[in-house]
Design a protein around this ligand. Sequence first.
Ligand code: SF4
Length: 354
Amino acid sequence: MKCSERLEGVPYEFGLERVIEEVRRLSAKRIVLQLPDGLKQYSHYIYDCLVESLGEVEVYIHGDHNYGGCDLQYGQLVFSIRPDVILHIGHTPYPGSLSNELVEPPRVAGVRVIYVPAQSKLEITNELLEDLSTLLQEKGISRVGISTTSQHVGQASKVSNFLALRGFEVAPPKSAPPYLSDYQSLGCDYRLQRGLKVDAFVYVGGGVFHPLGLYLATLKPVIKIDPYESRVTDLSAEGEKLYKSRLFKVSQAFEAKTWAIVVGIKTGQYRPWLVASLKKEIEARGLKYYMIASENLDRDSLASIDSPQIDAFVVTSCPRLPTDDYWNYHKPVLTPGEAFMALRKTLQPYRFPW
Ligand code: SF4
């Protein structure tokens, strides 16, 4: 069976022909497949395609959670499996300017990373686009910006073209290669959207983490067009509620005397420049901090590290932890931007995430 036939029913396009050519060119014999949890169910098709097309290769599916281009986890792999290539599927490279120089394996590690796009094949119907246009008109929105994840950039382009034809003023897409494609944002990087002179944003994709992050980063209305649920939803009220709860958390940390700085140790979540800046800010106020190195900060590990000596946490790894996972923890768990606000005892301007 041909690779293209094997992947026929899979709702994502991986462009595997190009990938197979690249692996062949590198003469790679040992390959690790990394996919986010939502795409892992398709890893077996990719595995079979690689083995059938390349013959004598050893392929591993990386079974651990994978959250983004920030999460290559190549360190342990290099010491154990020693792959020639990691196929990192569904994400673009993580920006080195937000992390550290080791976000890509150094040459001495002997492993190459190939980033493989996973483009959603779900259709955005005309009916859904009409719903979006109607909602924007009802809200008096005429200038829009677009935001999406890497898996939906094709659909975002369709939405953008439709809205432009309907007379909306759509802010032109600007990519930031190789990190961000047109319209793309990360849950920790909204640089393409921030600063656009628009009335509101249209978010193309599923879930709420990215669109609510977009709200926090821009404080502008966010309308979601969701190809999974085939639904258009105004998330602005939810965004505003989250924003207010974040301000409350910041104010709770105004009097914190001792901070716990959580230092991420995933490849792209280690941000020494940010940690240094937080330390400086805390020291300048005569306050105390503990440093906590953490790869996966779950609720149990947070609770076990916690003690009466700690008044507030600042998480430098991923903004999802403070805003999504631990928003209701009994002590403030803040993003770095919020921690700077708390240390300066100010609620304005709101800084998210860094
Ligand atoms: S939001 Fe978190 S998981 Fe997503 S790219 Fe940023 S650091 Fe990684």
